[in-house]
Design a protein around this ligand. Sequence first.
Ligand SMILES: [Fe+2]
Ligand SMILES: [Fe+2]
Length: 168
Amino acid sequence: MSSHRQDLQYMSIVNDILNNKEFIKIRGIEHHGISRYDHSLKVSYYSYKIAKALHLDYEQTAIGGLLHDFFLSPENRTQKDRLKSVFTHPKAAVEMAKSQFELTRKEEDMIRSHMFPINLSVPKYAESWIISMVDKCVATNEFGVKFRFRLKYAYNLFLLCALSIMKF
Ligand SMILES: [Fe+2]
Ligand SMILES: [Fe+2]
């Protein structure tokens, strides 16, 4: 995942976040077999590209995607902690993001609702739906790599779903 670095427009949108002291801390946290930082960058960049192609708000999408999992986890988490975090981390990420950045309503919605339907916060904006779906595809792929099976078509499947939804 280095193509985002060559995308100067994307980099200018997310530069402040990538250089934030608190945000940099998620580099050291394991998330689906990679770092939470790398996972968040993938969700942000792919969502940004899709939002741009669909003429949606790609700037807020890039920001919301980057901050969607912005929360710190204690070292040596138990399985129970991890399970609990599945349900509670969107709220923790909203609080953490708000403590460091000014969020728009849409960006807050993207973070809060990205785990729908696992939590019951329904995405209110098309951009929030994109992040929620991209997150699931990226996570599925990361888990596939982690557990040594690769779902090669996850991204293509997502694109097909997104395009059929947008046709309505
Ligand atoms: Fe998440
Ligand atoms: Fe995520």
